[in-house]
Write a protein that binds this ligand. Sequence first.
Ligand code: SAM
Length: 342
Amino acid sequence: MQAKMAEKTARKLAPADLPPLGPPPVSLSDALQQIDNVFGIEALLRDAGAEVTEPYYRQSVLVYEQFYEKYLSVPGCMHFGLNYKGVFNRQGFFSQARGVAAQIRRMGEVSDVLELGCGKGLNTIFLAKKHPEIRFTGLDLLAEHVEKARARSAELENVRFVQGSFEPVPEELAPADLVFGVETLCYAKDLDTVCQAIARSLKPGGRLVIYDCFHEIGKGEVSPEMTQARRLLEVGWGISAGYRTPQRWRRALSRAGLQLRRVQDETPYVLPNVRKLQEFGIRFFDDWKLRMQSRLLPRLGQRNAVTALLMPLLFEGQPDGKQPSAPAVSYYRLVARKPESD
Ligand SMILES: C[S@@+](CC[C@H](N)C(=O)[O-])C[C@H]1O[C@@H](n2cnc3c(N)ncnc32)[C@H](O)[C@@H]1O
């Protein structure tokens, strides 16, 4: 009980109450210069809007497995950790699943949960072990991810993993009491199609939980450099339609008949993880031998170095310098509800 209260309080801490992270080790101008020298910004931005989600993930398999999952996150994890005490800790990679578990507890009677873009199944497997009475389904675009998720969950009877797109959510996966997505719905090409499909797949009174990066326009003036950095992030991760603001999501959810109940800015808690990731990005750009080695990786996989370098700058903004700027990207948790009477 005490531990639960402590966790709740930690979550409510304002960013200013978290331990300071120290000055950013690289300025945005320097980061962009390094990216330009190695990749060519113009060449990267030529791919803006290209539909490369699938090739991006296929070409990044080695980067995720041999680097992210091995040295930074935990096996099977393809998302950022949320560290509510402001200090990097691998337990943070289970924060999103814990947040979904808290939602399940609040809802009371839950029999079916659907995870969209489940990757290799980390969240669903964590939840399925904690809730043997609930049926869990994970859906992912890539057969490679689904195979790994199945292998990791072979002993669990209350889980299935299905290959397919959430655009739209396959009808046979409905109805669910709770649908959630961790860092995946940003890949939606058409918000209305996705929101309407989610609404159809939810039971009346059901909930949608999203943890994701969003285009931030509410934290102050954004410099042209910062806007360019956001576009590079979108290209680097193959987010073809670009990040949307939480406000755009709210409108699309509402058109689909879903009520947005909670919008929580989780950005301060993602910073310890993205700062750590940036250390690797800095090493890549500083060390020509490492860069030569990485030429062996597929082209889209190499671009993870660009996103690693830029992310903290995009989330934190640049308060000083020649081109001061507010952040252009934030990490939010959204919770929406399908009305009972629908
Ligand atoms: C950043 S990873 C996150 C994976 C997982 N949610 C996690 O927390 O580890 C994004 C995932 O979304 C999947 N994805 C992207 N677009 C999708 C779509 N249209 N339908 C289903 N999955 C998709 C990718 O294949 C990838 O596994």
